[in-house]
Ligand binder design. Structure first.
Ligand code: NAI
Ligand code: 13P
Length: 320
């Protein structure tokens, strides 16, 4: 079985490298120059330099080439997903589409699995998420992820097909829980980066991670997710990684805010739009999401850093 991965950013490329040690993989990029460069260099010099492509990784620039691939991984940013699926509806219909992005959509407040089901009802939708940096996967370091698919039989096939010697995949049918964990941990990571950048210390960060996790659980429960999913790799696992690592772009954006420095606007930082999407959705439903709301306000310059820090760390005293 040939697998297609659409989106040759850091994550799509890392998955392609890892999985193509075991089975043929087609890696699609939209940019013709990048396709030519990757074909010539046999690595992704733009997004993942220094990680050579195995022989069974085939770079493609024509989406027509994926017609023989039953399973397609979508490794493009969350806010671009709906438009991408709409434009390529016909070629993707009838396939198993595995979202590899983390976030909630601005305007609708839903995650990638819901977007896939909405735009391409004729496809089987799943999500691959959890604690993993692209560079770690590409280097063959041990990683564990969650694969969520509403159809457990299909999920078991995906679990088997996508696992490699170094990429261990657990599975669940709770797609909402998996979507929420991956999306919300990025927002909390921005907050943690801000606290660290402002020099408030690791104890403050631990407090924020813990209260952030409570906030994630609250929304997940409201939306009908299984709390054990949030306690797993896609929730608690990814929260831990992202809130504590300089490798994380979400954490680094937060740290820049805390330090009062600028941040490269071209970098993919999913937590920024997700903070706004979740804040809007929480307001519509009358839910209390204090950390998410502060992050959204901070990013929109509706709140200065000093007031934001005060709000994050001086919430009313209450029972845990
Ligand atoms: N980099 C990492 O360590 C991990 C990333 N992810 C997730 O993977 C997703 C993608 O992130 P990265 O690959 O890291 O980002 P990236 O910034 O390295 O790459 C994004 C890719 O998407 C492509 N793209 C953007 N808009 C597009 C469109 N409209 N149509 C087609 N392609 C488009 C870009 O050309 C680029 O190749 C994000 O949701 C991220 O949260 C998940 C786990 C780890
Ligand atoms: O999702 C990730 C790790 O699991 C990658 O985090 P960043 O998008 O913050 O770099």
């Amino acid at each position: 079985m040939t697998l297609a991965i659409l989106g040759a950013g850091a994550f799509g490329t890392a998955l392609a490298i890892s999985i193509s040690h075991d089975r043929p993989v087609q890696l699609w990029a939209r940019d013709a120059d990048q396709v030519a460069d990757m074909k010539a260099a046999r690595e992704n010099t733009l997004r993942l330099p220094g990680c050579p492509f195995p022989d069974d990784l085939r770079v493609i620039g024509d989406l027509g080439d994926i017609s023989g691939s039953e399973t397609v991984l979508l490794a493009i940013p969350m806010q671009k997903l709906r438009d991408f699926l709409t434009r390529h509806h016909d070629i993707l219909s009838g396939k198993t589409l595995v979202a590899c992005c983390k976030g909630m959509e601005l305007g609708t407040g839903v995650g990638p699995v819901s977007v896939i089901r909405d735009v391409i009802p004729g496809a089987e939708a799943a999500i691959l998420t959890g604690p993993s940096f692209a560079a770690d996967i590409a280097r063959g370091l041990p990683t564990a992820l969650t694969l969520a698919c509403g159809d457990d039989e299909r999920g078991a096939i995906l679990q088997h097909d996508l696992s490699t010697a170094n990429l261990r995949i657990y599975r669940t049918t709770d797609t909402i829980g998996a979507e929420l964990g991956g999306a919300l941990k990025n927002v909390i990571a921005i907050a943690c980066g801000a606290v660290m950048g402002a020099g408030l210390g690791e104890s403050a960060r631990a407090a924020l991670m813990t209260r952030g996790y409570a906030e994630m659980q609250r929304l997940a429960e409201y939306l009908g997710a299984d709390p054990t999913t949030l306690a797993g790799l896609s929730g608690f696992g990814d929260l831990t990684l992202t809130c504590t690592s300089e490798q994380s772009r979400n954490y680094r954006l937060g740290r820049s805010l805390g330090e009062g420095n600028s941040f490269d606007a071209k970098t993919t930082v999913e937590g920024a739009a997700t903070a706004q999407a979740v804040h809007d959705m929480a307001q519509d439903h009358g839910l209390d999401m204090p950390i998410t709301s502060v992050v959204a306000a901070l990013l929109e310059n509706r709140l200065d850093m000093k007031t934001a820090m005060k709000r994050l760390l001086s919430r009313p005293l209450k029972e845990e």
